[in-house]
Design a protein. Structure first.
Length: 95
């Protein structure tokens, strides 16, 4: 079964809604939104990074690490992604 097509503008709105939920502390809604964006655009760097942040906040360090790694593979020069990844590794006791 093929995924339903969705416009880039609709995905942008999903992302912005998820980001606002994240900003307001509604991590469950933020996570759902980021995952929905990634369903349509698996390489959406900001959704990967912010999903990693949500997973980190929930102390799901292995999932956070996977999301940060994917984001960094797509945007290795993005300092915020490196910072978030490094903090997650420190908090997980990996560094």
């Amino acid at each position: 079964m093929m995924a339903q097509r969705i416009s880039p503008e609709a995905v942008r709105n999903i992302f912005l809604t998820a980001y606002e939920a994240h900003r307001l502390g509604d991590l469950a809604s933020a996570e759902r939104g980021y995952r929905e964006v990634l369903f349509y655009f698996p390489n959406h760097q900001d959704s990967l990074n912010l999903l990693g942040v949500v997973c980190h906040r929930r102390r799901d360090y292995s999932t956070a690490e996977r999301q940060f790694s994917r984001a960094l593979a797509l945007a290795p020069a993005e300092p915020v992604f490196w910072s978030n990844s490094g903090q997650q590794l420190i908090d997980a006791g990996s560094l």
